[in-house]
Each structure stands twice: as structure tokens, then as C-alpha cells.
Design a protein around this ligand. Structure first.
Ligand SMILES: [Zn+2]
Length: 224
């Protein structure tokens, strides 16, 4: 019985707060929730595998519709609380990727955030996602030089923009799995894999939250 006045108070407070800080669903713009139940359900992971230039890439969601909107809101609008709802997709793709390499101690390495993106956002999306998914990561890669923002670049420009930009530290002798938020052309993952291998690591593949619908012919889908 004690909980009723408390919950009435909570409702009143939340109503008052929504007047001051109006909120809306990042997936469909419905009012009064960061993420409505219907959109949350659409973020249930369904792992896909792609092979991009020989690199095995697992992704928990397709990068379109609600998943794309929610990820963009978390990355570009500072709505970092949404990362918790995306974390299961990263967790599922990592588990799927690790299931391929039984018995190996694999280090999870986040694709590095460029200085430009870090200045714009003030946070590292991939590392926050991993922490929400309770996945331990090791920051073995850094970006050198002033690579332009990858947004808005085509396939060839993306590859040229990141080629040779990354350096690995402390990677020698490790088996690693790359993790990232979205894979589009795979240019960034390839550069990360190149740098890690140059640093003496063995790259076992990559796991991402979401994947664009490119390379459909090389996709295969299976449920966890
Ligand atoms: Zn919604």
C-alpha cells in the first residue's frame, strides 16, 4: 500500500518533468518515452554474417528503420541513454563471432573514435556500447592524422580516407575481435584489421551492432 502514493508522486513528477524536458521515442516520435515498447521490440537482435574482403563480420541488426534512427539519435543527438537498448545487439554479435573461435582467448578491440568525432560528440560510442553490454574492451588502436568524417563519403572515398591512418599498440601475440557500431562498406574495419595485423595480432573477425544492407549476396541469416 505504501507504494501507491509513491507511484502517484512519481507519475506526477514525471508528468512535470516531461513539460520541462519533453521526450519522444527515438524510433517513431511517439511522445513521452525515449523508446516505446514497439520500437524496443524491433531492436531484438537477429545476427547476420557478412564476409567483407575476407573479414568475417557479425551484426545484430539491420541498419535501417527504427534501428538506424535509434543509433543515429544515440550518436548524433547525444541521447546516450539509448545505447542501453542497442547493447544486446552488440552482445549477440560478439557472442556469435566468439562461438567460431572456441578455446581462444580473444581480446575485444573497439574501432577507434577519430579526434574529429570525439570533439563533436564528447564520447566514444563504441566503448559506451561495450560497457552497456558489459563487454571488456582493450583500446589497442588509435587514429593518426586528420582523417575526414566518414559520413557522406562514398565507398572509394571512405577507403582512401582511412587507409594507413590507424596504429596498434600492445597488440603483438593477441587474437582479437574488432567491435564497431555500424559496418557500411567495411573500409574502417579493414584499416583496423590491417593495423592490428601489422602490430602482430591475429584478427578473428568483427562484430557490430548493425550492418547496412550492402553485399546482400554474401549475407546469410540465422537466429541465435
Ligand atoms: Zn517508438
Amino acid at each position: 500500500m505504501m507504494s501507491e502514493p509513491r507511484s502517484a508522486l512519481r507519475d506526477a513528477l514525471s508528468g512535470a518533468l516531461s513539460l520541462v524536458f519533453p521526450t519522444w521515442c527515438a524510433g517513431c516520435d511517439a511522445p513521452d518515452a525515449d523508446l516505446c515498447a514497439a520500437c524496443r521490440a524491433l531492436l531484438t537482435p537477429r545476427v547476420r554474417a557478412r564476409s567483407i574482403g575476407g573479414l568475417d563480420v557479425r551484426s545484430g541488426l539491420d541498419f535501417d528503420g527504427v534501428a538506424a534512427r535509434v543509433l543515429r539519435a544515440a550518436k548524433e543527438e547525444g541521447r546516450t541513454s539509448l545505447l542501453r537498448a542497442l547493447a544486446p545487439a552488440l552482445d549477440a554479435s560478439v557472442r556469435d563471432a566468439l562461438a567460431r573461435v572456441p578455446g581462444d582467448a580473444v581480446t575485444l578491440v573497439p574501432v577507434p573514435t577519430s579526434a574529429t568525432a570525439m570533439r563533436r560528440r564528447g564520447y566514444r560510442v563504441v566503448e559506451l556500447l561495450a560497457s552497456r553490454a558489459q563487454l571488456p574492451t582493450h583500446r589497442l588502436l588509435c587514429v593518426e592524422g586528420l582523417a575526414a568524417d566518414q559520413r557522406g563519403l562514398g565507398r572509394v572515398e571512405r577507403a582512401r580516407n582511412v587507409a594507413g591512418r590507424m596504429r596498434a599498440r600492445g597488440a603483438a601475440g593477441r587474437a582479437v575481435l574488432l567491435i564497431d557500431d555500424v559496418v557500411t562498406t567495411g573500409a574502417t574495419l579493414h584499416e583496423a584489421a590491417r593495423a592490428l595485423e601489422e602490430g602482430g595480432a591475429t584478427v578473428r573477425g568483427a562484430a557490430t551492432v548493425a550492418s547496412t544492407a550492402l553485399h546482400r549476396s554474401s549475407q546469410r541469416t540465422h537466429r541465435l
